[in-house]
Design a protein around this ligand. Structure first.
Ligand code: ANZ
Length: 824
């Protein structure tokens, strides 16, 4: 007899599905849903990580399709970025060549591996059609003051010769190449995401329950709302004598414990405040600090360094003069860049005080050891001491009263601070979206007019692209020199390109109408599809990509261009694929090649293996899985379908078949429906395997392959299987007499429905007696334990009433049906 051939199934069904346009929107009548997988970067062919992610995305999309929904499940490429540029330099080509050839390779692989994409909606962010509208959006941001340029110290990667956003510096190193990041002062473009900090934070409450809680937590921490006070100190001595400086503190309750103040060494304020005799020392120190990243500076275990400025400031609550220092552990870019130091209650301040012999004064008695002796700042709650009128109060009371008193005296006020910084979006590289601005000596910064968009990239290749510290575009004079759109005089284009995170922060909107030419997106299509119902992607995007996308969405909402404020209703993060517990990497030499796995086992078996290995959020260890086991199971399913088909297909209504088989089938359908809704694909597959066994047994030693209940079970199995193993399912479906070519595809057959009358009751009634008299009836699970049942019974209303306060002497439990309670 014939045997199961996964490759033949792949080859056979793809062209049929294409002809039927099975996965295009409009194919199913039900409510619309937008299922989105994070789009890939075209780094080469698909790898094992993609296989995991897109198996999940495909299964999610297919479940919605099987439920009859009208699904948009688009795919495209995040195709600007450094790897293409580096490859182009190495090979003497234009990055476009490398990029688009990889895209074609990936597209071909996607068609086989995850065939439920709506290909008619494909886009690439490096297409002028796409970035034209990004430039258009950028100029709108400029008009609204949401894009601006400023000179500031930025993270600089000496190897890639480009700036990096704070987010792209990981442990002081370039996220991409691992080089130690330095600081440079440069004029750069920013997007004003800080204007949206509060909304980005507050709107997360709507995502509670549909986004992973750890992602919400990471976003909250990144935004970093901190509530505190700004307090004014009057300067005494030095060039700024008599002026005020403002500190930011989250602990106004410790004002009486401030024994010195610290200014960020790199802040302008340090120079302005510094007494002339300290100037030289300060400048030497500033030169040392300049090379450090914020991350280094925030590290708590570094030895404390600093320079006294030779002046004092006056504490507004007690008139005390305290010395002012410049140090690197205070950051110029956070709060006001100046702090009041409270060594008794802040560890960094204590380390500094001990290094330079500055006083330590306890103002909150927490019962912990004296910090002066222990070297450990106290952090607990307690009672205020050494603080004049505030003594004896709790910390919270003191914070509230001191802020009120400062406010009344005009020396301070409550404020909120955010860790979030504006988004630095300019990059000095070629392969990105050009910033559509022209710099004119007469008119200044002039946005490129809409009718001159897109500003396209000139053709440059190889060595021309090698990093020079400024954008390669600046060296292309033909491209650079243009007429000013305002005065017609000679002017220059901005030569920077945008961070590729800009490209990916609105692609999900463009996907609704990727070929629209009258604007960034067609408002009708956007109204139809967005927001995204289910987003699927890696947790590595938990902060940046999601935060930026949420930000852009809110701006578009404020511009009246979209009607929603959050882009992704629900989010599913998948784990990664590892080998023997270690991440796969080329450098470790432990890569498993997806192509080889697919060649050995076929697409369906690899997908099933990925999904069966663990719940989607968990990592998959490829050392622990069995693609062979998956192939065997799929072959068993296929055999069931063959047997059912061979027994003849006109055997009557399932209701006339074996009812025990039917109940088994419907119980699994019911459970799998809930499991699919909760993305428990691994358990879904386990249940499908059970169902396969049940049918096999019925065929071999029970009702037989011709029983209508067996046939119904086989069809239900195949319809559910279609979400995880689409080719095998279609093959089985066709075998069971369906004319796929004419449109009777399993992928249009729908998800099976469990009939309630066939579902065995999952509870039993337990009778609860007190002294032999029935006092309560409880609905409990058939497998409840004696202990659980006893606890439920004793606490039940009927029993509590019957006992009327008497103690229980003895409980006799016969789970799950009977409990008898004897009072003492
Ligand atoms: C006095 C004090 C006493 C503080 C105490 C803390 C504990 P978050 O929660 O992160 O906002 N701070 C303020 N600006 C700073 C800067 N630019 N660089 C480094 N540190 C800065 O932390 C706010 C606290 O961090 C502020 O409250 C300030 O120290 C410090 F027992 O003021 B605190």
């Amino acid at each position: 007899s014939q045997s199961y051939d996964p490759r033949a199934a792949q080859d056979r069904w793809l062209p049929v599905w294409d002809a039927l346009e099975l996965y295009e929107p409009g194919k199913r009548p039900g409510p619309r849903s937008y299922i989105l997988d994070m789009f890939p970067y075209p780094s080469g062919d698909l790898h094992m990580g993609h296989a995991e992610a897109y198996a999940i995305g495909d299964a999610v999309a297919r479940f919605h399709m099987q439920r009859g929904e009208d699904v948009l499940h688009p795919i495209g490429w995040d195709s600007f970025g450094l790897p293409a540029e580096n490859a182009a330099i190495k090979r003497g080509i234009n990055p476009r060549e490398w990029t688009y050839s990889n895209i074609e390779t990936q597209a071909e692989s996607f068609r086989r591996y995850a065939p439920s994409f709506s290909w008619s909606h494909r886009l690439q962010t490096s297409d002028p059609d796409y970035y034209r509208w990004q430039q258009w959006l950028f100029t709108r941001f400029l008009e609204r003051g949401l894009a601006y340029r400023k000179a500031s110290p930025v993270n600089w990667c000496p190897k890639d010769q480009t700036v990096l956003a704070n987010e792209q510096v990981v442990a002081g190193r370039c996220e991409r190449c691992g080089t130690q990041v330095t600081k440079r002062t440069l004029t750069q473009w920013y997007l004003r995401i800080t204007d949206y900090a509060e909304r980005l934070l507050d709107d997360m409450t709507a995502l509670e329950g549909t986004w992973p809680s750890r992602v919400l937590l990471m976003q909250r921490n990144w935004i970093g709302r901190s509530q505190g006070a700004e307090v004014d100190f009057v300067v005494s001595g030095g060039p700024s004598d008599g002026q005020t400086i403002t500190v930011y503190t989250t602990r106004p309750d410790t004002l009486f414990g401030a024994t010195f103040a610290v200014v960020a060494a790199d802040a302008e304020a340090a120079l302005e405040l510094c007494a002339p005799e300290q100037r030289e020392a300060l400048e030497a120190y500033r030169a040392e600090v300049a090379g450090l990243s914020d991350l280094d500076r925030e590290a708590t275990n570094r030895p404390k360094t600093g320079v006294p400025l030779g002046i004092t400031v006056i504490n507004p609550v007690n008139g005390e003069h305290i010395p002012v220092w410049a140090a690197d552990y205070v950051l110029a870019g956070y709060g006001t860049g100046v702090i009041m130091a409270v060594p008794a209650h802040d560890q960094r301040d204590l380390d500094f005080a001990r290094a330079f012999g500055l006083p330590v004064r306890v103002v909150l008695d927490t019962g912990e050891a004296d910090p002066h002796e222990s070297g450990v700042a106290t952090s607990g709650d307690g009672v205020i001491v050494n603080s004049g009128p505030y003594d004896g109060r709790s910390k919270a009371e003191a914070i509230a009263t001191i802020i009120a008193d400062l406010d009344a005296a005009g020396t301070g006020k409550a404020t909120t601070n955010y860790r979030l910084r504006d988004w630095l979006i300019s990059r000095q590289r070629y392969w990105g979206c050009p910033i559509p601005v022209i710099h004119c000596p007469v008119d200044g910064m002039v946005p490129v007019p809409d009718d001159q968009l897109p500003v396209t990239l000139p053709d440059m290749r190889g060595e021309e692209l090698s990093p020079k510290g400024e954008s390669p575009l600046a060296s292309n004079h033909d491209w650079l020199h243009v007429e000013c759109p305002k005065c017609g005089g000679p002017a220059e284009r901005d030569s920077d390109t945008m961070d590729t995170f800009v490209d990916s922060s609105w692609y999900f909107i463009r996907f609704a109408s990727p070929n629209y030419t009258d604007g960034p997106f067609d408002p009708d299509e956007v109204r139809k599809w967005l927001p995204v119902d289910q987003y699927v992607g890696g947790v590595e995007h938990a902060i940046l990509h999601l935060l930026y996308s949420r930000f852009i969405t809110k701006v578009l909402y404020d511009m009246g261009m979209v009607e929603f404020t959050e882009p992704f209703r629900a989010l599913l993060n998948q784990g990664s694929v590892v080998l023997d517990g270690a991440a796969m990497s080329k450098s470790l030499g432990n890569m498993v090649e997806l192509g080889e796995e697919l060649a050995s086992y076929g697409v369906d078996a690899i997908r099933v293996t990925m999904l069966f290995a663990s719940p989607p959020e968990a990592d998959v260890d490829w050392a622990d899985v069995s693609p062979t086991g998956s192939v065997k199971w799929l072959a068993r399913v296929w055999r069931v379908a063959q047997d059912v088909a061979a027994a003849g297909l006109d055997q009557g209504e399932p209701a006339t078949g074996d009812q025990a088989v039917r109940r088994g089938v419907h119980a699994i359908v019911e459970e799998n429906t809930r499991l699919m809704e909760g993305f428990r694909f691994n358990v879904v597959i386990a249940r499908l395997q059970e169902l396969t066994n049940l049918l096999r047994k019925a065929i071999d030693s029970g009702a037989g392959a011709g029983d209508p209940a067996v046939r119904e079970g086989a069809e239900a199995l195949v319809r559910m299987l279609s979400t995880v193993a689409p080719f095998t399912a279609e093959d089985c479906w066709a075998a069971m007499g369906h004319d796929v070519e004419s449109g009777d595809s399993v992928h249009l057959a729908g998800w099976p429905t469990a009939l309630p009358e066939l579902l065995v009751h999952a509870t039993v009634t337990c009778v609860v007696q007190v002294q032999g008299k029935v006092r309560e009836r409880l609905e409990v699970s058939p497998d409840i334990s004696d202990a659980e049942l006893e606890a439920l019974a004793v606490a039940s209303d009927g029993v509590v009433k019957a006992l009327a306060g008497r103690p229980v002497a003895k409980v006799i439990v016969r789970a799950p049906k009977l409990v008898n309670i004897l009072p003492g």
